[in-house]
Design a protein around this ligand. Structure first.
Ligand SMILES: [Zn+2]
Ligand SMILES: [Zn+2]
Length: 394
């Protein structure tokens, strides 16, 4: 791996200026989930310029194949932006008001373009095929990953392992953070409507008190996390909205609540959906009202396969040195890469983007997030290196 490593880093570093220009172009022209038409066109232009053939998938998705052979490894980057108004004051800040690459998918796309070019340059040394996937719609349900899988992205040629990375503002540039096992959570949206008979506030006995029922429901639901969860496994239920009532002297007919439920264990997740329904019904029945609950299932929890995780660690140590690899504390964020990881051995790592010596960095999804561009050639080399390592040594 030694010579290959040096070669990969050299090729990546040589592209630095070009990659910065690519990233700034994507950053300046962000597009919302499933509407990434110009972004996709720009990515395809860049692939064409590098002599890399591609096909279109799900309108704004792009898939390229590099190398020949039976074995196939996939690398994936998401390409969509968020409905956030950028406040970085950068000279290449978003030109689309109210839309911003605040989750770093501009960085991800650029690094995957870099990786594709590296792999193209060393194509003859590859013992198999690298499938390069530019995926739309990570930020919006049902998630681009599930649509791409439906459209056969894991077939022809059949993918046997898959990798992706995400920028990570909490760690310094060049740090690779990961762990095996569940590293991110499933995220389900919860919507309640409590329905009763409104009445005069001074005559509660003539109707129902949906306000008190809602308060009780919020309290009772907390038992999901405290009494129904294995305390050493992460899980969370947050009620984030209660709306109902319009006067100090009247009980409303209806109260609406919203919240999110997150878990990193699929069996527990499904069991708790039933438990949340049961607690809703029991609580509402105490107040003689009807409780409707709509659970919108989001992405599953993201599982890092132990073997492919080891492969990434070895790649990072070879490319960047052992000091660059750190563990990752499980987050209850959600990520649609989890759909691929349910199907095939996969792993996902976090790439530090906080400039060396800088104390604070705005978090992901923040209007002031500005990743260190020095991370770009590192991320490109990591993607290419992981693919090479998988195809040639795994
Ligand atoms: Zn995001
Ligand atoms: Zn993201």
């Amino acid at each position: 791996m030694k010579n290959v490593n040096k070669n990969i880093l050299d090729i990546s570093n040589k592209m630095f200026d070009e990659l910065i220009q690519i990233r700034r172009h994507i950053h300046q022209n962000p597009e919302l989930s499933f509407k990434e038409f110009l972004t996709a066109e720009f990515i395809r232009d860049n692939l064409r310029k590098a002599g890399i053939e591609y096909i279109t998938i799900c309108e704004t998705g792009t898939v390229a194949l590099i190398g020949k052979g039976e074995k196939c490894v996939a690398l994936r980057a998401d390409i969509d932006a968020l409905p956030i108004n950028e406040e970085t004051n950068l000279e290449f800040a978003s030109r689309n008001k109210g839309v911003m690459h605040a989750c770093g998918h501009d960085m991800h796309s650029t690094m995957l373009l870099g990786a594709a070019r590296i792999l193209k340059e060393i194509e003859n040394e590859l013992k198999g095929v690298a499938k390069i996937i530019f995926q739309p719609g990570e930020e919006k349900l049902p998630g681009g990953a599930s649509k791409l899988i439906e459209d056969g992205v894991l077939e022809n040629p059949k993918v046997s392992a898959m990798f992706a990375q995400h920028i990570f503002p909490e760690e310094e540039t060049g740090t690779i953070s990961l762990n095996s096992g569940y590293i991110m959570a499933s995220a389900d949206e919860l919507y309640w409507t409590l329905k009763g008979k409104g009445t005069h506030a001074a005559q509660p006995h003539l109707g129902n008190d949906c306000i008190m029922a809602a308060s009780q429901l919020v309290m009772n639901l907390q038992s999901i996390v405290t009494k129904y969860r294995n305390p050493v496994k992460p899980g969370l239920l947050s009620i984030t909205s209660i709306q109902g009532g319009s006067a100090p002297n009247a009980f409303p007919d209806e109260v609406k609540l919203m919240g999110t439920f997150r878990a990193n264990d699929e069996d527990w997740r499904i069991k708790m959906h039933e438990e949340i329904r049961r607690i809703t019904n029991v609580t509402c029945s105490l107040f003689g009202i009807k409780g409707e609950l709509d659970i919108v299932k989001g992405y599953p929890a993201l599982y890092n396969n132990p073997d492919t995780t080891k492969l990434i660690k070895a790649t990072a140590e070879g490319l960047l040195g052992a000091d660059s690899v750190k563990g990752f504390e499980t987050k209850l964020w959600a990520e649609d890469f989890a759909y691929y990881a349910q199907k095939i051995p996969s792993a996902f790592w976090f790439l530090g983007i906080k400039p060396k010596g800088q104390k604070d960095m705005p978090p992901l999804h923040n209007s002031k997030l500005s990743p260190d561009e020095k991370a770009i050639p590192i991320g490109a080399a990591m993607l290419a290196g992981t693919a090479v390592n998988y195809l040639n040594n795994f």
